[in-house]
Design a binder for this molecule. Sequence first.
Ligand code: OGA
Ligand code: MN
Length: 227
Amino acid sequence: MEVLNLHQLQTTAQLADQQNQALFAQVANDLTHKGYSIQPFALPLDLSNRLLAQVLSMSPQSFIEAGIGRSTEHMRNDFVRRDEICWITGNSEAGAQWLDWTSQLQSYLNQHLFLGLFSFESHFAHYSAGSFYKRHLDAFKGEANRVLSLVAYLNSDWQIDDGGELVLYQNEQDLQGLKVVPALGTLAIFLSEEFPHEVLPAQRDRYSIAGWYRINSSSADRVDPPR
Ligand code: OGA
Ligand code: MN
C-alpha cells in the first residue's frame, strides 16, 4: 500500500482546492452570462460518493413526503410532485462535508458576483420509480427569498432509459428546455426566480440534493433566517 507523506497530503488538498476554484470560476462566469450553469460530473468524486453512501444508508422513515408552497400554506400535492425529502443538517460526516463545500461556493460567488448570499438550506430527495416534479419555479418573484438554486445528482450508471431528467426552461415562454441527466456528481445551478424547471418521471430510484441560497430578507420586524 502506498503511504502518503505530509508533503503529498498537502498537495492533494491543494489540488482539490484548485479544482474547486476552477469550477467556481466557471459557475460564476456562466451565472453572469446565462443565469444558469450545468456542470457534468463536477462535484468532487470523494464528496459525491460519500453523499451517495449516506443517502443509501438512510432508513425510509428518514424521508418525508415533499410538499409545495410557502410554509404557512404548505401542502402535499401528488399531482405536482412525488418525491420524498430529508433536510441536511450536517450531523452526518457527508452532510457536514457537503455544507462545507456549499459554503465555499457561497463565499466565492459573494466575492465575485456580489450576490449577497446569506444562508443555505438543502435536502436529499428520493424519487422512486414513476415519481416526478412538474414544471415550477423555486422562488416567487419579488419575495426575495430563494435566490440561487443548486441541485446535485447522486446516481451512478444512470442510463438514458432511466428518464428522470431535469428540464431547465430559459423563461416562461420556453417549452423545449434543456435536459440534464441526473448522473453522479453533475450540478445544476440557476437563478431561482428566473428558470422554470421540472423533473421528468424516473424509471428507477433517483437521488438528488436540492439546495437554495437565500439573501437576508427582512420584512417588518421579522428577519429570516437564521433564527
Ligand atoms: C426541487 C427540484 C430538481 C431535481 O426540489 O425544487 O426542482 O432535479 N429538484 O431534483
Ligand atoms: Mn425546483
